[in-house]
Design a protein around this ligand. Structure first.
Ligand SMILES: Nc1ncnc2c1ncn2[C@@H]1O[C@H](COP(=O)(O)OP(=O)(O)OP(=O)(O)O)[C@@H](O)[C@H]1O
Ligand SMILES: [Mg+2]
Length: 332
């Protein structure tokens, strides 16, 4: 038996002239919580859809729980639970009825169905809402109900496409603890996509960062942080005309500047406060006019800036995978 729950070999998916997945290869080990992290249009949903056998790859192959998805999709699909990017609970049905329909679809025998529903509702912490209409649920509750649904046929692998996008922090942490339980107590391997570095960081054993269809980094959260070499980020805003002068001052105090449209940023390294002090002194001495100076923890944008040399962006493809507001956008 392979130790991998998922193997992705040189995967390519083209939509016309657009390459949504561009020669991606990586494995997910059994028992892992793996996060695929990337901005809008990075190719996350496309990858998930290929793993589910819903889309055919242009080239390359995916092995799910040891089964070649293209050769034996029905067998492979039986081993996977899915929570899609768009919420798909039936609003007119109760939580229990939603699960019941799904259980029947998966041909769970009636004798076992009640027990399975009890188990799923309990896991998702929705027992007291079993007879309430799903349409009345909050976004977080709907997400938990969908996760419960995805577990009804006892899959070995759970795929979740942006399970917490749009949820507030309380609901997000609840989903995280649900996923940890599913993973630890019930031995389910988890692959989730996310736009949040924090989520990948807190929840995932390993993270793959995708951008423009390419896998640009892969590793544990610690490895990735080491890779980007950031403890904190200093940023100095100034008029466009002065940005190069600001960057020169950064270099004087041994900071590696990156010049953006209206600011200069740099990772601080270990002595963050000392670096900020040195930078303020050097800027004052050089008499370069600036409008703001600040320090912050690295955000996902900083990781991307470091790895790709460009800021967060919108997609340019004609097709937009989802109409929901992307939290990613407009951060800078
Ligand atoms: N069926 C399709 N036809 C044409 N283009 C598509 C199709 N599906 C996706 N795309 C394009 O492929 C690229 C990757 O899209 P995908 O939905 O996989 O990104 P994503 O990482 O899931 O983004 P988001 O965070 O917005 O969900 C985008 O440029 C998108 O417009
Ligand atoms: Mg998507």
């Amino acid at each position: 038996m392979s130790e991998n729950a998922i193997e992705i070999h040189d995967l390519v998916k083209k939509f016309g002239t657009l390459t949504a997945v561009n020669h991606v290869s990586f494995n997910i080990k059994k028992g892992e919580i793996f996060g695929l992290l990337g901005p809008n249009g990075a190719g996350k949903t496309t990858t998930i859809n290929i793993l589910l056998g819903l889309l055919q790859p242009t080239s390359g192959k995916v092995i799910v729980e040891g089964i070649d998805m293209q050769k034996n999709p029905v067998l492979a699909k039986g081993k996977v639970g899915i929570v899609t990017q768009e919420t798909v609970v039936e609003p007119e049905l109760t939580a229990e009825q939603n699960l019941m329909i799904f259980g029947r679809l998966y041909q769970i025998p009636s004798s076992e169905l009640k027990e399975d529903i009890d188990f799923a509702l309990d896991l998702a912490d929705l027992k007291e809402f079993r007879n309430k209409l799903a349409g009345t649920f909050s976004g977080g509750m709907k997400r938990r109900l969908e996760t419960a649904k995805a577990l009804m046929h006892a899959p070995e692998l759970l795929l979740l496409d942006e399970p917490t996008t749009g949820l507030d922090i309380q609901n997000r942490t609840r989903i995280w603890s649900l996923l940890r339980d599913i993973n630890k107590k019930h031995n389910v391997t988890i692959l989730l996509t996310t736009q949040y570095l924090e989520e990948a960081d807190q929840l995932c054993n390993r993270i793959g960062i995708v951008d423009h269809g390419k896998l640009i980094a892969l590793g544990t959260p610690t490895e990735l942080r080491q890779k980007i070499g950031m403890s904190n980020v200093i940023e100095v805003s100034a008029d466009k005309d002065n940005l190069q002068k600001v960057a020169a001052v950064f270099k004087k105090v041994d900071l590696e500047p990156q010049v953006l449209t209206n600011k200069v940023i740099a990772p601080t390294g270990s002595n963050a406060v000392g670096k900020v002090e040195a930078l303020i002194k050097a800027i004052t001495a050089a008499k370069v006019p600036i409008s703001n100076i600040s320090m912050h923890e690295p955000t996902i944008d900083d990781v991307f800036l470091k790895l790709t040399g460009s800021g967060a962006r919108d997609t340019t493809g004609e097709y937009q995978g989802s109409a929901r507001t992307a939290l990613w956008r407009g951060r800078r």
